[in-house]
Design a protein around this ligand. Structure first.
Ligand code: HEM
Length: 479
């Protein structure tokens, strides 16, 4: 349908039904985790109702979420309503229809749970912008040092065992890297020793268990993971140890926080959350996602990346610089394409601030004030009406040249890739850093290798990548 014609349609009710209270929400949860799986859960309902805007239940449902009912927006056109903070309230819905106990965050509602209308939101977000700006020169050297040593380990594991699990190595390396980049103090050199990533993972699980499955039998997982929140007391020792590291390592950032009018303790819980949950949690999922897609793209694509990366680095005098990375059009496109296909944070929520209309490609839907809107991002960013017949495929050069017009439909950061985070919106403040780190991974790989192979599978929160072979660079600065 012609786009301007859609706007003139009479708004109607979104199709779909929530079923019986309680019983249907549990039945839907089982579909989501065990009988259908996440993607099929949404796709089958879109197909059944012939609409990409529809009413469904979302997990976890009883007893953790008071109300599992949402209006789902599952196409590229309707999804961005979730970014519009004039239309949706973003209070306490970072994890969706349930909220983890604030005992897991020092008793504070940290930035991710704050609506921009709350004064602390702007202060904390400004703190993060200032921290990232103050450490911008530390990122590239820290990344290169931590990830070149990761790749050296990959090489020795390949010699010894013929394979090397990237996720396991990345879990340790990303933790060290991100803390080093932000604070210049290695967690492994603090009292945390090498326990940081394990403590972090445990703390993340206490917040995210309602949304994951470990692949165990339903009879075990339902009562353990999906029915009641795990008691925070069992992770409080780990959290205290992490907090101690942050309080000592982040002195400069905490001074900055005080000058912005934030209390030192609240700022420290926020820095911990932004580093461990937002940044580290994000990298745990994103880096295997990028690597896996590039592994599957094959040797010919690797040759093109290697040529581009090596030329740009050679032109920059053999150094990996921001300017050199900016010239790598194919590398940039490949990272965006991986983020489009595998957005590391797949669910977004927002509560309608007033009665409103939401447009899909084909229809207009009326939504009432107070209704919860929900987006499953992979449906929106694989919308064939925008990305055509290759919407579900990895097209490495999709965003090169004219293709950059499609960047407005890349939503991984809770905003369009063509827009910027600010203290007034809820777009990820790490947006530029995140794409930079993605590009750095690709550059590091192809400075070092001509090509590589890996088995790509599924892990707890995202893709799993196991290297099976690397071919050392035969030319260029890495050879
Ligand atoms: C918000 C994704 C890395 C800090 C968000 C949101 C998404 C997201 C989707 C919006 C959530 C919502 O409100 O529905 C990611 C991904 C990352 C990543 C995929 C990495 C792969 C980072 C980094 C930082 C960060 C490096 C470091 C500063 C935050 C914060 C918010 C946020 C503080 C809340 C923003 C606000 O309240 O306005 N991120 N993020 N994230 N992210 Fe990121």
């Amino acid at each position: 349908m012609n786009q301007s014609a859609v706007g003139s349609l009479v708004p109607r009710q979104a199709p779909g039904s929530y079923g019986l209270p309680f019983v249907s929400a549990i039945r839907d949860r089982l579909d989501f985790y065990y009988f259908q799986g996440e993607a099929k859960y949404f796709e089958s309902r879109v197909e059944k109702h012939g609409s990409t805007v529809l009413r469904i239940n979302v997990p976890p449902g009883p007893f953790m979420a008071r109300d599992p009912r949402v209006v789902a927006v599952l196409d590229a056109k309707s999804f961005p309503v979730l970014f519009d903070v004039d239309k949706v309230e973003k209070k306490n819905l970072f994890t969706g229809t349930y909220m983890p106990s604030t005992s897991l965050t020092g008793g504070f509602r940290v930035c991710s749970y704050l609506d921009p209308s709350e004064p602390t939101h702007a202060k904390v977000k400004q703190l993060l912008f200032s921290l990232l700006a103050s450490r911008k020169d530390a990122v590239i050297p820290a990344f290169r040092s931590h990830f070149s040593s990761l790749l050296a380990t990959v090489e020795s594991q390949l010699v010894l065992a013929g394979k090397s699990n990237f996720n396991t190595l990345n879990d340790f390396t990303s933790f060290e890297f991100i803390a080093d980049a932000y604070f210049g103090v290695l967690p492994s050199a603090s009292d945390l020793g090498t326990t940081g990533p394990t403590k972090a993972a445990k703390w993340l699980i206490f917040q995210l268990h309602p949304l994951v499955t470990f692949g165990l039998p339903l009879i075990l997982e339902e009562p353990l993971l999906h029915t009641v929140l795990l008691p925070p007391i069992f992770v409080s020792g780990d959290y205290k140890a992490l907090y101690k590291y942050f309080y000592a390592a982040a002195t400069k950032a905490l001074d900055m926080a005080e000058s912005l009018g934030l209390n030192r303790d609240e700022a420290c819980h926020n820095l911990l959350f932004a580093t461990v949950f937002n940044s580290y949690g994000g990298l745990k999922v994103m880096l295997p996602g990028i690597l896996g897609r590039i592994a599957e793209a094959g040797e010919k694509f690797h040759q093109r990346l290697a040529a581009e990366v090596r030329t740009a680095v050679a032109e920059a005098g053999g150094k990996v610089t921001i300017e050199a990375l900016e010239k790598m059009e194919l590398t940039k496109s490949a990272v965006w394409e991986a983020l489009r296909l595998e957005p590391p944070v797949k669910f977004q929520y927002g509560r309608a601030k007033a009665d409103m209309n939401i447009e899909s490609h084909d229809a207009v839907f009326a939504v009432k004030k107070g209704e919860m809107l929900f987006g499953y991002q992979p449906c929106a960013t694989k919308d064939p009406r925008v990305f055509g017949s290759t919407a579900r495929e990895f097209v490495g050069d999709r965003f090169v040249g004219e293709g950059s017009k499609l960047l407005q439909y890349v939503y991984w950061s809770n905003g369009r890739e063509t827009e910027s985070p600010s203290v007034d919106n809820k777009q990820c403040p790490g947006k530029n850093l995140v794409v930079l780190v993605g590009r750095l991974l690709v550059a590091e790989m192809f400075l070092r290798y001509d090509t590589f192979t890996a088995d790509v599978g599924v892990d707890l929160l995202g893709p799993k990548v196991e290297f099976t072979g690397v071919t050392k660079a035969t030319s260029g600065p890495g050879a």
